[in-house]
Ligand binder design. Structure first.
Ligand SMILES: *Cc1c(COP(=O)(O)O)cnc(C)c1O
Length: 398
């Protein structure tokens, strides 16, 4: 899964370019930087790769979500529909905007269920924020159709799915804006980094300004730049962008490796009729960072999770009991634990997150295990892994 597994000479070279000039800032210093514009080059290349007009590279994926929400005009009191299976960053970005996260069930894609969205709508609903979890896609066209019909903004959290696509179109390019993360454990990494992409010039201009205190980035004298809006600082440094640039050039290699490794494990698991696989609406567009599968019931899944760990199969996640990606264990969120209090606590009739009930999502998550797909496995490591996994499932079936 993570690009850090193949960190090498290419990353060193790009970083060295920046060190040699001493220009760590992404804007200005035109003469001193000797033609090196790492952030800007990354933006051009990612936009080309995604088939979109505009890309803004920023400090991290959470920042990308904050920027996309702000540029889309989502703020105080607006409701944003999100899945309960995501990373807490999605929810934090909504809360930081002063907006209200509203949870809607997932389906067997492990992403938002388009059929369930209607029941999450209220007069305050402004946006839907689908998350393409664990490397693969939601029923994104159906979700988009729903948003278009109801005049809702759609922002995609594609932080875990860079390189994924649906019917040949890149994930992150279906909504008004798409967000990516290049943190240390993502498919490609800047160390810390993120990006927003869009085809809408106005949204891009707002995003680009919002991420840098509202600067319009016109001309090369920062003192004379206009401030088109109030913003914040979500800038990336040239050093981080340089790492990302080298990683972006490796994305196709990464995807190819992941897909081959995933296929080998999936083929082995397919021998067990008890195992059902996550629905992937377009298997060809799977970025293959994870293999996720369903077991018949919670007891079976718990037993499998324990046996896989006992057998030494690392990188297996039973999200239902894991603190990371499923709402069930997010006590800090359910109690809105925050040092200064959050704007949402001022909202009348806000959801009581402590009492939230998502039985359909629970039923799916109780039975789901995800296996991380690594790039660095040797042929031997992969076959030993498959042997161990096979042994585990042979044992539990009895
Ligand atoms: C990683 C991640 C983020 C946040 O990205 P950072 O770069 O770590 O801030 C947001 N959403 C999802 C689904 C993620 O996996």
């Amino acid at each position: 899964m993570p690009g850090f597994e193949i960190f090498g000479e290419e990353e060193r070279k790009e970083v060295q370019d920046v060190l040699d000039t001493g220009v760590l800032f992404r804007y200005g210093f035109d003469a001193a930087r000797k033609g090196h514009w790492k952030a800007r080059t990354f933006e051009t290349e990612l936009a080309k790769r995604m088939g979109v007009e505009y890309c803004h590279l920023c400090s991290n994926g959470t920042a990308a979500l904050c920027i996309a929400l702000a540029a889309s005009g989502i703020g105080a009191g607006d409701e944003v529909i999100v899945p309960p299976f995501t990373f807490i960053a999605t929810v934090e970005a909504i809360l930081a905007a002063g907006a209200i996260p509203v949870f809607s069930d997932i389906d067997d894609t492990l992403c938002l269920d388009p059929q369930a969205l209607e029941s999450a709508i209220t007069p305050r609903t402004k946006a839907v924020l689908p998350v393409h979890m664990c490397g693969a896609m939601a029923h994104i066209e159906d979700i988009k159709k729903f948003c278009v019909q109801r005049d809702l903004v759609m922002i995609e959290d594609a932080c875990q799915s860079v390189g994924g696509s649906y019917n040949g179109k890149s994930l992150g390019t279906f909504g008004q804006m798409g967000c990516f993360s290049f943190d240390a454990v993502k498919t490609i990494t800047c160390g810390e980094g993120g990006a927003v992409v869009t085809d809408d010039k106005k949204l891009y201009t707002l995003a680009d300004a919002y991420a840098d205190h509202g600067h319009d980035h016109i001309g090369n004298d920062r003192g004379l730049e206009d401030h088109i809006i109030l913003g914040s600082n979500f800038r990336i440094s040239e050093l981080n962008a340089a790492v990302g640039l080298a990683q972006l050039n490796k994305l196709d290699f990464i995807l190819e490796k992941q897909r081959a490794h995933k296929k080998a494990i999936k083929d082995a698991l397919a021998h067990f009729p008890e195992i059902g696989f996550r629905k992937i609406p377009d298997p060809q567009g799977d970025s293959a960072t994870f293999l996720s599968f369903f077991l018949p019931d919670e007891a079976f899944a718990r037993a499998a999770s324990t046996s896989l760990a006992d057998e030494g199969v690392d990188g297996c996640f039973y999200w239902y009991v894991n603190n990371w990606h499923y709402i069930r264990q997010w006590d800090h969120f359910k109690t809105l634990k925050s040092p200064a209090g959050l704007p949402i606590t001022l909202v009348k009739d806000r959801p009581d997150y402590g009492k939230i009930q998502l039985p359909k999502s629970d039923d799916i998550m109780k039975r789901t295990i995800s296996m991380q797909i690594k790039l660095s496995w040797s042929v031997d490591e992969l076959s030993q892994r498959i042997e161990k996994i096979t042994k585990v499932f042979q044992k539990i079936r009895k």
